[in-house]
Design a binder for this molecule. Structure first.
Ligand code: ZN
Length: 180
């Protein structure tokens, strides 16, 4: 598949397919969106929010979550605020998210099957990594959005004048429901 992508890329550049996307690194809507990596949202999320290339910083991970105050999602948001002029943040979870009800137990057997031994897992745990917490999803999407919004809003490095709002987007229709 990647080889096909490399071939496509050559044609894209040669035919100047990029011209309609040219912009700069500053988000023109001064907006950051934290959302899920779900493939249903790849085009639906920006389309349903009316976002074009250059409008917003879009940060994605499994679930659209902040799992700890100093994780990669929060690091990106801090950079977006201080370096890129972001003033408003939207946390956008979605219906039927794969991260809902995710747990380490779910991965354990699969990892063993793919050659990761329990000894390796024990070594990781001894290094202080809580695998259960690291791979835990959420039980309730609204509750998870509230928690993520709260973690961003009350973060010691986040300026108090930043607006943070939480939503769930319908994975089919793109309808937004405001949670917090
Ligand atoms: Zn998801």
């Amino acid at each position: 598949m990647i080889d096909e992508i490399i071939e496509f890329n050559k044609t894209f550049v040669a035919s100047k397919g990029y011209e309609q996307y040219v912009t700069d690194k500053y988000p023109s809507k001064k907006l950051a969106v934290l959302s899920c990596m779900d493939t249903r949202l790849t085009e639906l999320l920006p389309a349903a929010l009316g976002l074009k290339n250059g409008d917003a910083k879009i940060i994605k991970n499994a679930g659209g979550l902040v799992i700890s105050p100093f994780d990669s999602a929060l690091r990106s948001l801090v950079v977006a605020v201080y370096e890129l002029g972001v003033e408003e943040i939207m946390v956008v979870a979605h219906s039927n998210c794969g991260a809902c009800h995710m747990s380490f137990d779910h991965f354990h057997h699969e990892m063993n099957q793919r050659g990761v031994t329990d000894e390796t897992l024990d070594t990781i745990r001894r290094c202080g990594i809580d695998l259960d917490q690291w791979l835990e999803g959420f039980k309730d999407t609204s509750e998870s959005v509230r928690k993520t919004v709260e973690t961003i809003k009350t973060h010691p490095l986040m300026p108090r004048d930043i607006t943070v709002r939480g939503f769930i987007i319908d994975s089919v229709t793109g309808a937004l429901e405001e949670i917090v």
